[in-house]
Design a protein. Sequence first.
Length: 159
Amino acid sequence: MRMTDNEPAVVDEQAFTVRRTIRIAAAVEKVWSAVTEPAHISEWFGRVALDGSGAGAAGTITWDGVPPIPLRVEAIEPHRMVAYRWGNDGSSGERPAAVDPDHSTVFTFTLEPVDGGTQLTVVETGFETTADPVAELDDHRDGWNHELDKLVALLEGAG
């Protein structure tokens, strides 16, 4: 099976955002589970632990060799949109135990059914609150390219 080709993420340095829209040959329900359920998120992104579900649920996301990053669900509209806030400013060696709303970014997944699957858009905002916005924008652009390609491979059975 050939994996769906998708355009890379784009940075808007004036708006301090990273955006990527991809298509996945999978039903909205399957993509929704992959971006909202910690066990499924952990299969393609970082290892996620949350203290509940729905807006306000808090926890961490962890990658090997990186201190746990605080994470909180900001908003959720089932099968359509979920937004997470994370304290991922790469400049600080120590991370706070909880998300600091003054020094964090928000990434929002929006799902839309399309012919043959799902269109998923991620928009990450708030880079102006980080210590080095330009470096963080570039780093996160590369990160969304890598992580969302893993999501497509997982859901399309190529990974």
